[in-house]
Design a protein around this ligand. Structure first.
Ligand SMILES: *Cc1c(COP(=O)(O)O)cnc(C)c1O
Length: 482
């Protein structure tokens, strides 16, 4: 629908919205970007937003709200107990997923904390298609272990598999038989898979996972944080679902699950989260942790204004014109970069465009963090802030050795409804320039390395003076231009 054919013969993704509130952007000169990147320890998380031209770090909590969301925020009811806002949120989640019970949380990882606290014991094994950083941290904190069962195509940067986030079903069944159901409190589906490029699962694969879980009596939990992209991919790539509405696909997915949790920083275009539950026993098991860790049961740490925005945002997530925008911009960016020879993950997934850093910087050894080096280099090249999704995002093994990530990716997230196509063109251009000059990019090493979630706060330095050389080459090629 939002792919419009132009008279010139081109087909471009077209924004089905207009911008009515804007935020001014700044682009510091390249020498300044070089200095700022170093002041931030070569970690894009530590840059100040005022120094960033295009913020492609994440899609969490940075998606644009609609006029309807903003106006809904005015009617928020901030009663501590019995608030109307809470009733509206419960009713909307019930309408969309069809489960009776609901627990509010302040964001996605808070739901993971509550789920892990309620269900995970030392020695437990949690099968999932792929881990997410905070999910895994909560499970391992409680002595559990994550087993990743993504199909092998999921870890290949390029192929033509439309659902690279699918579970390997035979491996799921073998694992359950080997480990024993008593050690598996739940199976977790992440739709789509954040760390492997926002790649989706098919509805058919979810049905098969659910059938295995039913056969062995294991609880099935859906992480629906990135569900809106996955819904669009099911609708546009899964032939059997072509004539289903987004709501029908959502209902069918929910019918397979016992619990669905989500980050409303993504699903719902606002800031918050929730856990939707089919069974009363599960609700009772988790309920007591909400006032303990989050806030009272009617707001769970969220602002009531944000809750009103989520109620409207969830409805917008059921609208094809709205949810197709992100994936179509990402597909445009990935295909354009591919056409210019830049190694990207294909087919394009949701969440963002993912650059394959091991191939982009094939001359760098794995220990020098190619994805981290690429993130630093792209900020210097264009003021574009991406996120390292490779070895830096892993935790070291227990013996202190590096755990090398299977994929070294630089993620360029596409916040929903935020950037225009000319800004996306700019990012494509700077990535292409960097690719032509990739031989100038060197590695990084740690100066300060935290032991948990080191990618958030760790500080690194360049090995050698490659960054000054890169900035000088930029000046030479672009003259006075920023
Ligand atoms: C972002 C994300 C989370 C965590 O959500 P936050 O609201 O950022 O805490 C959990 N799971 C997936 C798949 C995500 O993408």
């Amino acid at each position: 629908m939002a792919h419009v054919k132009f008279f010139s013969g081109k087909t471009l993704p077209l924004e089905m919205h207009k911008v009515r509130i804007v935020q001014k952007l700044f682009l510091p000169p390249v020498e300044e970007r070089c200095r700022l990147m170093n002041a931030a320890g070569n970690n894009t998380f530590l840059l100040q937003n005022r120094d960033v031209f295009m913020d492609m770090l994440t899609d969490s909590g940075v998606n644009a709200m609609s006029d309807l969301q903003q106006s809904a925020m005015l009617r928020a009811d901030d009663a501590y107990a019995g608030s109307e806002t809470y009733n509206r949120m419960v009713a909307k989640v019930q309408e969309i997923f069809g489960f009776e019970y609901f627990l509010p949380v302040h964001q996605g990882r808070a739901a993971e904390n509550i789920l892990a606290t309620a269900f995970v014991k030392p020695g437990d094994v949690i099968p999932m298609n792929f881990h997410f950083t905070t999910t895994k941290a909560h499970i391992t904190r409680l002595g559990g272990r994550v087993e990743e069962l993504i199909i092998k195509e999921g870890l290949e940067p390029v192929n033509d598999c439309p659902f690279k986030g699918n579970f390997d079903i035979p491996r799921l069944e073998t694992l359950i038989q080997e480990v024993g159901v008593e050690k598996i409190p739940f199976v977790r589906i992440e739709a789509g898979t954040n760390l492997v490029g926002g790649q989706p699962l098919s509805l058919q694969n979810m049905r098969e996972v659910s059938a295995v879980c039913k056969k062995y009596g294991v609880r099935l939990i859906l992480d629906a944080s990135l569900l809106q992209d996955n819904l669009w991919f099911i609708k546009s790539r899964e032939a059997a679902c072509k004539n289903m509405t987004i709501r029908e696909i959502t209902t069918e997915i929910a019918s397979l699950m016992d619990i669905i949790y989500f980050s409303a920083r993504k699903l719902g275009f606002a800031r918050g989260g929730g856990i939707s539950l089919r069974h009363r026993e599960d609700e009772l098991r988790m309920k007591e942790f909400i006032p303990l860790y989050e806030g009272f049961l009617t707001y769970g740490g969220m602002s009531v204004r944000e809750m009103e925005a989520i109620v409207v945002g969830l409805d917008e997530s059921m609208d094809e014109d709205v949810i197709s925008q992100g994936p179509q911009f990402i597909e445009y960016m990935a295909n354009e970069l591919h056409r210019r020879g830049v190694p990207v993950v294909l087919p394009a997934g949701g969440l963002g465009c993912h650059i394959n850093a091991s191939e982009f910087l094939a001359h760098l050894p794995h220990e020098q963090y190619p994805a981290g080096a690429l993130a630093a280099a792209l900020y210097i090249a264009g003021g574009v802030r991406g996120m390292e999704r490779g070895t830096l995002s892993e935790q070291r093994n227990e013996d202190g050795s590096e755990r090398f990530a299977e994929l070294e990716l630089l993620r360029l997230a596409m916040p929903r409804r935020v950037y225009t196509l000319s800004q996306v063109e700019y990012a494509i251009d700077r990535v292409e320039w960097l690719y032509k000059n990739r031989a100038l990019v060197g590695g990084l090493r740690f100066v300060e390395e935290p032991s948990v979630l080191r990618f958030f706060f760790g500080r690194l330095e360049p090995i050698g003076n490659w960054q000054e050389k890169l900035a000088a080459k930029f000046r030479e090629d672009f003259g006075d231009s920023l």
